[in-house]
Design a protein around this ligand. Structure first.
Ligand code: ADP
Length: 484
């Protein structure tokens, strides 16, 4: 079977190789051990026999090597079942055999030479004449003076080798079966990885072409499951952000259109002439206000695009946060008063930080402006400072309409608005958050629908001692008209 290049082939090949090598090692060791066990058994059997033969040699003190009767008597006595017994003289000539065959050549195999040296050892090799593989074990017997004979037992290893061969075949076929199982298993495993991957690749290729409504189906496990859910999530997020962008375009068009319509209306009216100076003044004021609104809108968009491209540069200096918040309270006073909303600065601290005063003003103006915008009539907005070792925490707490959990997660997203009819672009908090982060701080929001919202801005204090200095005199700064 040919598997084309890829993970599948890698996995199958690795599994196969590892198991193959392991099996090969085990089988070789097993077969070597088996062979030596069988050979040892045969050898021990012969050695045990030969030792007893030696012990009982005494009655057969041969008087002369020519005594054929005595020799054959000895052969009969020491014979071993299934084994040929040869009696040799020290020169290696065969004097008598249990099979009765006469052997002409002298025998000089290692077992014989070892026997002459007084040792017992085995010799395995091809028997002359029959060509069979045999094992021979020899021992010299002597009556102490005159005659020395060598008892040589020769047994065929055919049977043992036959058995070993069968065992080898058996082991090899078991090995082959194991390999086949491993192969099937590894192909299965490889498929369980490769098939989902192929599926994921196909779907993500479609996504890459802009088809974001496709989803990776299939309940994959572990990393593949994570990969597919991440991709699905990505597609869903792209769809969502496209939707947000479309909403943005329609809301921005609306935002542009309202002041433009008003400006156009008033300029045409004034152009037609015939109005008294009072009416003309009102018209001009409206045109100016709407133009400001347009400028504000465009500036917000410019800021946003600068932040997006990392081109926002902070002009840093010493900033007195208390003064800054008081200025914002003054800025928003008219707007707050119209709703009867009170803005209260609740803490006495005068934190000084190192930052861009205009950008920080923009941050808190947006947050407090939102608080006013989403407060109920005659509501209260509380501003707090809390000092930490390295940070100052500014909290803007309103008791207005609040934000549901589902929306809270998204309010800081660009272009997101809970209700697009409220005006605005949905960029405010996105810009605010990025500006705070540019200052090395964080912005969190906590809210409960129907109960109000808290925006918590954490800004780093300058390194070293905590500056608590304030350029303002106590008393006068908190008295900001109805907001105090
Ligand atoms: P916008 O410039 O349109 O106000 P923001 O990013 O400032 O955009 O705010 C996004 C949305 O978050 C708002 O449309 C509003 O729904 C919600 N939001 C912000 N601040 C508050 C608040 N203090 N109380 C309730 N809703 C708020």
């Amino acid at each position: 079977m040919i598997i084309k290049k890829g993970i599948r082939r890698q996995i199958v090949l690795h599994y196969f190789l590892v198991v193959f090598i392991a099996l090969l090692l085990i089988e070789v060791i097993f077969l070597i051990a088996l062979r030596s066990y069988y050979y040892d058994t045969v050898y021990n059997h012969m050695v045990n026999h030969i030792r007893t033969a030696n012990d009982f040699y005494q009655p057969f003190r041969l008087t002369s090597s020519d005594n054929v009767n005595q020799l054959s008597e000895m052969v009969r006595h020491f014979e071993l079942y299934n084994t040929e017994l040869q009696i040799l003289n020290p020169a290696g000539q065969v004097l008598s055999t249990s099979t009765g065959f006469e052997i002409e050549q002298t025998i000089k195999t290692s077992d014989v030479t070892q026997a002459l040296a007084g040792n017992t050892s085995r010799w395995i090799g091809k028997q002359q004449g029959t060509g069979q593989i045999v094992m021979a074990v020899s021992q010299s017997v002597s009556n102490g003076f005159e005659n020395t004979y060598i008892l040589r037992y020769v047994t065929s290893l055919e049977y043992v080798n036959d058995k070993l061969m069968k065992m080898t075949l058996f082991a090899v076929s078991i090995g082959a079966a194991v390999l086949a199982i491993v192969l099937a298993f590894s192909i299965g495993l490889a498929n369980s990885i490769v098939k989902p991957l192929n599926n994921i690749t196909t779907v993500s290729a479609q996504m890459a072409k802009g088809k974001f409504n496709v989803r990776i189906k299939g309940d994959y496990k572990y990393e593949l499951g994570e990969l597919s859910s991440t991709l699905n999530y990505m597609a869903q997020e792209i769809v969502r952000s496209n939707q947000v962008k479309d909403d943005f375009i329609s809301s921005i068009s609306h935002e542009l259109r309202t002041p433009l319509t008003s400006i156009k209306g008033w300029s045409e009216t004034l152009d037609s002439g015939g109005y008294d100076p009072e009416e003309t003044k009102i018209g001009m004021q409206i045109i100016s206000k709407e133009t400001d609104r347009l400028i504000g809108l465009v500036e917000e968009l410019l800021d946003f695009s600068k932040l997006q491209q990392n081109e926002m540069k902070l002009v840093k200096g010493i900033v007195n946060l208390r003064e800054l918040l008081q200025e914002i309270m003054l800025n928003l006073w008219t707007k707050a008063e119209k709703k009867g909303v009170q803005i209260k600065l609740e803490s006495d601290e005068k934190p000084i930080i190192y930052g861009d005063v205009n950008r920080l003003k923009q941050v808190f103006l947006n947050i407090v402006d939102n608080a006013v915008k989403f407060s109920h009539e005659n509501g209260v907005i509380n501003l707090y400072f809390a000092m930490e070792e390295k940070f100052v925490i500014v909290t803007v707490q309103d008791h207005g309409i609040g934000i549901s959990d589902e929306h809270l997660r998204r309010v800081k997203d660009r272009f997101f608005q809970v209700n697009p009819l409220n005006g605005g672009t949905g960029l405010g908090l996105a810009i605010t958050q990025q500006l705070v982060e540019l200052h090395g701080g964080t912005m969190e929001m906590e809210s409960e629908l129907g109960h109000g919202t808290a925006v918590i801005v954490k800004l780093p204090l300058p390194e070293g001692k905590i500056p608590m200095a304030g350029g303002l005199e106590n008393g006068e700064e908190d008295a900001a008209g109805p907001m105090a």
